[in-house]
Ligand binder design. Structure first.
Ligand SMILES: [Cu+2]
Length: 185
């Protein structure tokens, strides 16, 4: 009887340890419409949740209100969604800076090449109902890399190259979220 109780305690503590570890390693980011007013963000469009996975991270989007088709998706340098002034015009989410590039490659090569921006993620696919829910895999990232940056959704796709247009040919910054140190769970 005593042994059973001890065993249950051991099992429970192992279980709790595992769930705690799991909760701490998951990172959920709230995604907002990027605007050129006030704090630079408008309505909530959904969430992006990053999970640790074998050889990288899995990103599970739950985002509504996007135009159907592909949207460039990147981790940008700074944890800000504030608009800025570019060529004399207010530009949404400009204060997030450029694509996160800790190795200073100055190269947009997408998520599958090692010699490029580390922040380049697989493009987000929005279906005919304007929602993006299809999970994607980022093989070069670790959960610990994510915090202290912004994540940006662009208008239009991403060809994972600087040609024929720089930065994958991505358009305006249409949505933004800040990846904070603490997961929102
Ligand atoms: Cu971007």
């Amino acid at each position: 009887m005593r042994n059973t109780a001890v065993n249950i305690t051991v099992l429970l503590s192992i279980f709790c340890l595992n769930t705690n570890t799991y909760a701490e390693s998951k990172v959920r980011v709230t995604l907002y419409k990027a605007t050129t007013k006030g704090s630079g963000v408008g309505v909530v469009l959904g969430t992006l949740t990053f999970y640790p996975a074998h050889g990288g991270v899995v990103l599970v989007p739950n985002v509504q209100g996007l135009t159907a088709g592909l949207h460039g998706l990147h981790i940008h340098q700074k944890p800000s969604c504030q608009f800025g002034i570019k060529n004399g015009k207010r530009t949404a989410a400009l204060e997030a800076g450029g694509h996160w590039d800790p190795n200073r490659t100055n190269t947009h090569a997408g998520p599958y090449h090692t010699r490029g921006h580390l922040g380049d993620l697989p493009a987000l696919y929005a279906d005919a109902q304007h929602q993006a829910i299809h999970p994607e895999f980022a093989p070069q990232l670790k959960i610990k890399d994510l915090s202290g940056h912004a994540i940006i959704v662009h208008q239009g796709g991403d060809n994972y190259s600087d040609y024929p247009a720089p930065l994958g040919g991505g358009g305006a910054r249409i949505a933004c979220g800040i990846i904070s140190k603490k997961s929102e769970n």
